[in-house]
Design a protein around this ligand. Sequence first.
Ligand SMILES: C[S@@+](CC[C@H](N)C(=O)[O-])C[C@H]1O[C@@H](n2cnc3c(N)ncnc32)[C@H](O)[C@@H]1O
Length: 205
Amino acid sequence: MIRWLGHKLLRSPWAYELVQKLYGAEEGTRRVAELCADLTGDWILDLAGGTGRLAHLWPEFGHYVCVDLDRGHLAAVRERRSDAYPVVGDALALPFADGVFDVVISVSLTHHLTLGQLDQAVGEAARVLDPEGSLVLVDAIRVPGRLRSTLSWWLDRGEHPHSARELEDVISGHLHIDHFDQFDLVHRYVRCTAHHRRSSTGDDG
Ligand SMILES: C[S@@+](CC[C@H](N)C(=O)[O-])C[C@H]1O[C@@H](n2cnc3c(N)ncnc32)[C@H](O)[C@@H]1O
């Protein structure tokens, strides 16, 4: 009952933002920003970008596209960045052509997806990513035996938290990982950047 009420509340943008704050979103954002410091390009896709909470991190990207399943969350995106393109869409079947984005960033999506769906979503992210582009992926993970993680996942809406190993395996099935680390807030998080494998002799598989 408590979980059901909490999950219902989270559908409103303000309640969602409040919970993000309680979960240490500010420090999490700083960690994401750190990872994105060197990214360049014109088109950036915020995959499952929700309310566009992170839109301010990429002012130098001329085109910020925020795709999400939830129309309610997307309603807030233009308040954050007036030139944003909010798009209702599914991470498992993105409504974009191949290779159009210089950067695809995904924060806090993976725990909403089964392992099979995660594989599909990373495959889609790789498909829409420019051959020279970068994927940035950050999310809380499952850590058996860590009490704070276990309790947080019980309260959280995410039904499919993955282990760091699962995330690493899925991502490396599609892209070459160049950075992979972890940090602790209430949850423990994985941070990862990846790019397409080079097709020449420089293939680093
Ligand atoms: C925890 S929120 C994170 C939002 C945003 N990335 C942020 O950090 O504030 C997860 C978001 O994923 C969206 N989502 C879940 N499954 C999705 C899917 N299959 N395709 C697109 N969006 C999805 C939800 O609607 C929600 O807005």
